[in-house]
Design a protein around this ligand. Structure first.
Ligand SMILES: [Zn+2]
Ligand SMILES: [Zn+2]
Length: 370
């Protein structure tokens, strides 16, 4: 096969320590349905920062190659790998994004039809890089798409940076919105959090025809961007107290509160606030919570307000496909490119992560070949 025996990748050996660029082997034999891709670019997700810090409540099999949001170009294929997960043909040279795995033969895959809950799930950047197929992370020059991963071919006209962010941030938003159900043209939507997911969700809510979109977040630059993505009203979490936020939101909703609330902030306090703010009969989708912190709530609010409170973890391959469809149609209707805050080469990974940590970045992109 026409590719080298090793390549460079950003490896986490110990949480919180400086990341080294290491030489990692490239599998020389591909399993059936597997793909070897050259990583075109990888965007950085908040979860990369949390994994590196050691603050994730998800099992990590160190050492790992960091990164799980990326787009790659196929350089080699196993047998029977010539179609993607929606039946489109796939050949060497095509670009793809791919999902974490699901087995198709456990209770959650088969009965619940919730592949993100698969008990045999393998996640990119969570698997050790010391065992084959080694290349299970995005911040690397090559990536290995395992047979059980869904994969979607990316049309040429889609910008690689937008393809990359569709493989985690945007598919998570699409999955959450899919599970929440349709947004009606009479709905007020509240988005908690103005990180990449919150901003993307504002854009989708806008295109979906929400009557009114309110965003709570910070800093001010993000709030400006929230408006550009379609928020009708923005509220700074830094400059307001809860009472003021509550009053402003009640004023904007005839005293009822928002009909649909999406939590993308990651702050546990946001959950208690969201439950209090939401209108009776409302829908509350909780997406940003991946830590171990706790918060006190009066559960009677759920009962008395007849709420539907839901969670959404990750997204299955259908959401990757829907994310790409949305980008293809709307890549010029929404200011997606303003999310891309910087571009880095692989060796600058530590700088990029530290800038993410201090909120100086929104969605930086790594180019492992530059
Ligand atoms: Zn992510
Ligand atoms: Zn399964």
């Amino acid at each position: 096969m026409d590719y080298p025996r090793s390549c460079y990748a950003a490896v986490v050996r110990e949480f919180g320590k400086e990341i080294e660029i290491e030489e990692v082997p490239i599998p020389q034999e591909l399993e059936d349905r597997a793909l070897l891709v050259k990583i075109e670019c990888a965007s950085i997700c908040g979860t990369d920062v949390h994994l590196w810090e050691g603050s994730l409540s998800i099992k990590v099999d160190l050492p790992v190659i960091l990164g799980h949001e990326m787009v790659g170009r196929v350089v080699a294929m196993g047998r029977h790998a010539d179609v993607d997960s929606v039946g489109q043909s796939l050949k060497i040279g095509d670009r793809v994004i791919w999902s974490h795995t699901n087995c198709g033969s456990c209770y959650y895959c088969t009965v619940e039809k919730q592949p993100t809950l698969c008990v045999n799930r393998k996640g990119y950047m969570y698997e050790t890089m010391e065992k084959p197929p080694y290349l299970m992370g995005g911040f690397a020059q090559y990536g290995y798409v395992v047979p059980e991963s869904g994969r979607i071919r990316i049309p040429d006209r889609i910008d690689e940076r937008l393809a990359s962010l569709s493989s985690c941030a945007f598919r998570s938003v699409i999955s959450a919105m899919d599970q929440t159900g349709p947004i009606r043209n009479t709905d007020t939507v509240l988005i908690q959090g103005t990180g990449p997911l919150g901003l993307l969700a504002i854009g989708v809510a806008k295109i979906s025809g929400a009557k009114n979109i309110i965003a709570i977040g910070a800093p001010d630059l993000r709030l400006d961007m929230a408006k550009e993505f379609g928020a009708d009203q923005v509220i700074s979490i830094e400059k307001t107290g809860y009472k003021e936020r509550m009053e402003r939101i009640k004023d904007a909703t005839n005293g009822r509160g928002p009909d649909v609330v999406f939590e993308f902030s990651g702050n546990v306090k946001a959950f208690a606030e969201g439950l209090d703010l939401i209108a009776p009969g409302g829908r509350y989708m909780v997406v940003g919570q991946l830590g171990d912190d706790t918060v006190q709530i009066p559960p009677s609010m759920i009962t008395k307000k007849n709420l539907r409170v839901m969670g959404s973890f990750s997204g299955d391959i259908s959401h990757y496909w829907k994310a790409i469809q949305f980008i293809e149609k709307h890549q010029h209707d929404l200011p997606f490119h303003k999310l891309i805050s910087n571009e880095y080469s692989l060796k600058d990974i530590n700088t990029a992560l530290k800038r993410m940590q201090s909120f100086q970045e929104i969605k930086p992109v790594l180019y492992p070949w530059k």
